[in-house]
Design a protein around this ligand. Structure first.
Ligand code: RNT
Ligand code: ZN
Length: 424
């Protein structure tokens, strides 16, 4: 089909869809305007399987990328180029989420606990030039000082202090990103600390972690520039029996200190969803960070699908009126498929889930529930699933000058041929 014919089809399909939604009292133009305001934070680590550019020794702390699809980014320039390729296929304005292992040292190696904003100046420049926001993460892995499996909760004060200093520096780097880009950087702390087997003392490591966090957070930083988040986990590979930074631990810490809690969709029991947590937690803390991901059995990090779990997350954010208080980030790493496609498909799925939620006749749904008419509620909710949201999505892509639906794959293949296939 020619581009003109395809554009015509998108326009006429949208006109029909607009009428269908109007029957339910939903204004599709309004939904699209709301969707255009939502930024997704793209996790840079999908581009090189959480490798980073320090090439220092040490395990990933249970984070386990698998696969060997060719073409992964080997340098910061390649990673930025790949990120740009994905961003060009994602409608709207977005953000990039960095880890401290993606610093650029320009030849002279800087210790992990001595990083400074200048080591990220090229990232900030690039983000500014491309109108992107930046988010950040201290990296408590891939380093000899993390080889015991413990960092901020280590019994060894030298190890603890090393990582405390690292996190203090990272908050300053977050502040710098916020100042440079005029949008607050969310700096998120996740540590791998935990025991493979049943521990004797569950209390001391948590007391040590609390004390470390208190030292890290001691300096006040203007929330206009940097926002702090902490990320819990139920279990990891190598920490099956006990994780120091559990959900209760960090929820308590976030509430007590009025910082952000990071909810990673892959960090809970298989039947426990993060969607249900938002409306509870947001009574007690101002904002939340999401790590949208997909757990499959013991792995927490598959590419996000447009499935019921994702729909529920988007519905909770939209129905609860929480769009202004929830920072949406992605967190997964699949090395068995084209990495630009992994970013693009996951981010677009997040947007499609949000669009579906924005296309709901919320007032009517609320009234039905208030009236306790649960029969009408199930009937309406099931009915909505068949409405033509794909036509609205394609129109959104057209508005933002990116390919709609399956059309992304030809751009991804072209980029693979021109760029990724040349990498050794
Ligand atoms: C690990 C956490 C964490 C990491 C990234 C690399 O279980 O989800 O967010 O995935 O920081
Ligand atoms: Zn995460």
């Amino acid at each position: 089909m020619s581009p003109q014919a395809s554009e015509k089809l998108v326009n006429s399909s949208y006109a029909l869809a607009k009428e269908r939604y109007a029957q339910y009292g939903v204004d599709t133009d309004q939904a699209l305007a709301a969707l255009a305001k939502i930024s997704i934070s793209l996790h840079c680590w999908q581009g090189d399987d959480v490798g980073g550019f320090e090439h220092s020794e040490g395990s990933l702390g249970g984070v386990l990328p698998t696969g060997n699809y060719p073409g992964k980014a080997r340098t910061a320039d390649e990673l930025r180029q790949d990120l740009s390729a994905a961003i060009n296929l994602i409608p709207g304005t977005h953000r990039v989420n960095l880890h401290s292992i993606y610093a650029e040292y320009e030849g002279k190696v800087v210790a992990r606990n001595e990083q400074r904003p200048e080591n990220f100046a090229r990232w900030a420049e690039w983000a500014k030039a491309n109108s992107l926001g930046l988010d950040f993460n201290p990296s408590f892995f891939s380093h000899p000082m993390a080889s015991s499996g413990f960092t901020l909760s280590s019994y060894d004060p030298a190890v603890r202090n090393f990582w405390i200093q690292h996190a203090i520096n990272c908050r300053k780097i977050g502040e710098y990103f916020g100042q440079q880009l005029g949008t607050p950087c969310v700096t998120n702390i996740w540590i791998p600390d935990g025991f493979k087997d049943v521990p004797v003392d569950r209390a001391t490591p948590r007391q040590l972690l609390k004390d470390s966090l208190d030292q890290i957070m001691a300096e006040e930083i203007d929330p206009k520039h940097n926002l702090d988040a902490v990320e819990p986990k139920l279990f990891g590979i190598g920490s099956e029996s006990y994780v120091v930074g559990s959900h209760e631990f960090y929820m308590g810490y976030a509430v007590a200190n009025q910082i952000l809690l990071c909810l990673d969709a892959g960090h809970y029991h298989p039947t426990e969803t993060i969607a249900d947590k938002l409306s509870s937690i947001l009574n007690f803390i101002p904002e939340v960070l999401l790590h949208v991901s997909r757990g499959v059995r013991w792995d927490s990090d598959h590419v996000v699908l447009l499935n019921d779990d994702l729909a529920a997350i988007a519905q909770e954010v939209v129905r609860g009126g929480f769009l202004g208080r929830v920072h949406i980030g992605l967190d997964y790493f699949d090395a068995t498929i084209n990495r630009v496609a992994a970013w693009t498909i996951g981010a677009r799925n997040m947007q499609r889930a949000l669009l579906n939620a924005l296309l709901e006749p919320l007032d009517e749904m609320r009234q039905i529930e208030k009236d306790a008419d649960f029969t009408a509620r199930i009937a309406l909710l099931e009915d909505l699933k068949g409405l033509p949201s794909a036509a609205v999505w394609d129109y959104f892509c057209l508005q933002h000058e990116v390919p709609g639906s399956m059309a992304i794959i030809s751009d991804i293949r072209a980029y693979e041929k021109a760029e990724l296939s040349k990498r050794g």
